[in-house]
Design a protein around this ligand. Structure first.
Ligand code: NDP
Length: 404
C-alpha cells in the first residue's frame, strides 16, 4: 500500500494514472499534478469512470523546485513518477532529494536551449541519492525502458556471459491517425530528437551521421518491411555502458515519406528552431509555437488504426557458438483506445512506467542510487508486461534475420 504522485497529464500521464488506478493494492493513494489544472481534472474524471476510484489532483509548475517540495511534503508520496517533459527531470529530482522521496522517469534530462541527449546530468545525482537512501529509476518507458529490460533478459538467458555483440533496436509505428502531420508524443521533444545528428556505437566509440542520413528496409512482425532511419536514442548510452561486450549498438525508427516531407519543409522554413526569435515585440521559440498548433498526442487515439512494433535484434555467442535472438512487442492502437482511451505510443510508454513504479513499491527493484532499468533483474518486469497489456514474443535461432 503506497502513495504515488504522478506529474504530467499528457498522453503518457493519462495512461500511467489509469493503469495505476487499476491496481489499488499497489497504488493505494494517487495524486495527479500538472501545469494545466483542467487537463488534470479531466484525467481524474476519466479515472473515476473507468475504475470507480477518486484520485487527488493538483496544479504544479514542475520547473519550480520549491513548489514541488511543498506539494510533496503535503502529500507525502513514497514515489514520484515524472511523466512531464525531460526539462523537468532535474527540478523534480532536486525536490525528491530534499524530501527523501523515490523517483522514476521515462526520458533523460534535456536543457531547453540545446538539444543534447545524455544521461550525464542525471547520473551525476547517484551519490546524493545513495546518501539520502532513495532510488531514482531512469528511462522506464518503452524505448528507453522495455528495450533495456529486453536486452537484460537476452543477456541473462540467451547469450554467454559477455556474449552479446551486436544490438539493433527497431521501432515501428505502422499506425494511421488520419492527420496530415502529428507527433505521437510531445511534438517539441519528438522533433528535437529527430532533427539531431544520428549516432551509433561501434568498436568502443560513437560514430556520427547527418540527421536521418542512413536508412534501410526492416521487416517488422505482422507489419512487414518498412523504411527505417538510424537515430541516436538515449538507451544506447546506458546499454553500451552496462553491457560492455557490445561491439555495435544501433537504433532504428520508421517514418513515412509524408512525415519526412512535412518535417523537411518545417525545418527549411525555420519552424523547428529552438532559439528565440523576435515576433511583434515578443520573444518566441518557433518549435514551441509549432507545438501549440499541432494536435496533442493525447488527442490522437480516436480512430487510430494499425499497430506499433518495437523489438531488439541481438547477435553474439551462446555456448561459444554464433547465436541470434529477437524479442518484440506489437501493440494495437484501436485496442489500447478501447481499453483506456489512449493511442499505442502513449500506452507503450505509460504501462512500463506503471510497472517500474510497481517494481519499486513492491521492493523487487529497490536500491539507493540512480539506476537504469537494465541494471535490475528483468524477470518480474517481463512477467508484468505480459500481465498488464504488453505481451512480448521471442525467438532464438542460428538464422540471422538482421544483418549489416
Ligand atoms: P505531452 O506533451 O502529451 O504531456 C506532457 C505533460 O507534461 C503535459 O500535461 C504538460 O502540461 C506537462 N508539463 C509540461 N511542462 C510542465 C511543467 N513545467 N510543470 C508541470 N507539468 C508540465 O507529452 P507525452 O505525454 O507524450 O510525453 C511525456 C513524457 O514521456 C515526455 O518526457 C516524453 O519524452 C516521454 N516519452 C517517453 C517514451 C519512452 O518510450 N521512453 C515515449 C514517448 C514519450 P501542459 O498540458 O500544460 O502542457
Amino acid at each position: 500500500m503506497s502513495k504515488v504522485l504522478i506529474i504530467g497529464a499528457g498522453g503518457v500521464g493519462n495512461v500511467v494514472v489509469k493503469k495505476c488506478a487499476m491496481l489499488p493494492n499497489v497504488f493505494s493513494d494517487i495524486m495527479l499534478a500538472s501545469r494545466t489544472l483542467p487537463k488534470v481534472e479531466a484525467a481524474a474524471k476519466e479515472v473515476k469512470e473507468l475504475t470507480g476510484r477518486t484520485i487527488q489532483t493538483a496544479k504544479v509548475d514542475a520547473d519550480n523546485v520549491q513548489e514541488l517540495v511543498t506539494l510533496i511534503k503535503n502529500f507525502e508520496p513514497k514515489l514520484v513518477i515524472n511523466v512531464a517533459l525531460p526539462y523537468q527531470d532535474l527540478p523534480i529530482m532536486d525536490a525528491c532529494l530534499e524530501t527523501k522521496t523515490n523517483y522514476l522517469d521515462t526520458a533523460n534530462y534535456e536543457p531547453k536551449d540545446v538539444a543534447k541527449f545524455e544521461y550525464s546530468w542525471q547520473w551525476a545525482y547517484k551519490k546524493r541519492f545513495e546518501d539520502a537512501g532513495i532510488m531514482a529509476l531512469l528511462g522506464c518507458g518503452f524505448d528507453p525502458g522495455v528495450t533495456g529490460v529486453f536486452t537484460a533478459h537476452a543477456a541473462k538467458y540467451h547469450f554467454d556471459k559477455d556474449g552479446m555483440e551486436y544490438l539493433d533496436i527497431v521501432d515501428c509505428n505502422a499506425g494511421s491517425h488520419g492527420k496530415a502531420f502529428a507527433t505521437n508524443f510531445n511534438p517539441e521533444i519528438n522533433i528535437r530528437e529527430i532533427t539531431q545528428r544520428g549516432k551509433y556505437w561501434e568498436n568502443g566509440d560513437w560514430k556520427e551521421t547527418e540527421p536521418l542520413e542512413i536508412n534501410r528496409m526492416i521487416n517488422y512482425p505482422e507489419v512487414g518491411p518498412k523504411k527505417s532511419f538510424l537515430l541516436f536514442h538515449e538507451e544506447l548510452e546506458s546499454l553500451t555502458k552496462n553491457f560492455p561486450s557490445l561491439k555495435r549498438a544501433r537504433f532504428w525508427m520508421t517514418f513515412s515519406d509524408e512525415y519526412i516531407t512535412h518535417l523537411k519543409v518545417l525545418e527549411n522554413v525555420g519552424m523547428t528552431r529552438i532559439d528565440e526569435v523576435e515576433y511583434q515585440g515578443q520573444k518566441i521559440v518557433p518549435l514551441q509555437f509549432l507545438k501549440a498548433v499541432l494536435p496533442e498526442p493525447a488527442s490522437l487515439g480516436e480512430n487510430y488504426e494499425g499497430q506499433t512494433s518495437i523489438g531488439c535484434h541481438i547477435r553474439g555467442k551462446k555456448d561459444g557458438k554464433p547465436a541470434y535472438f529477437f524479442i518484440h512487442n506489437n501493440c494495437d492502437h484501436a485496442k489500447t483506445y478501447k481499453e483506456i482511451g489512449a493511442q499505442a505510443v502513449s500506452y507503450t510508454t505509460g504501462v512500463p512506467a506503471m510497472i517500474g513504479a510497481k517494481m519499486m513499491l513492491e521492493e523487487k527493484w529497490m536500491k539507493a542510487g540512480v539506476w537504469n532499468v537494465e541494471e535490475f533483474n528483468p524477470d518480474p518486469f517481463m512477467e508484468d508486461l505480459n500481465k498488464y497489456g504488453l505481451e512480448w514474443h521471442e525467438k532464438s535461432s542460428d538464422f540471422v534475420e538482421f544483418n549489416d
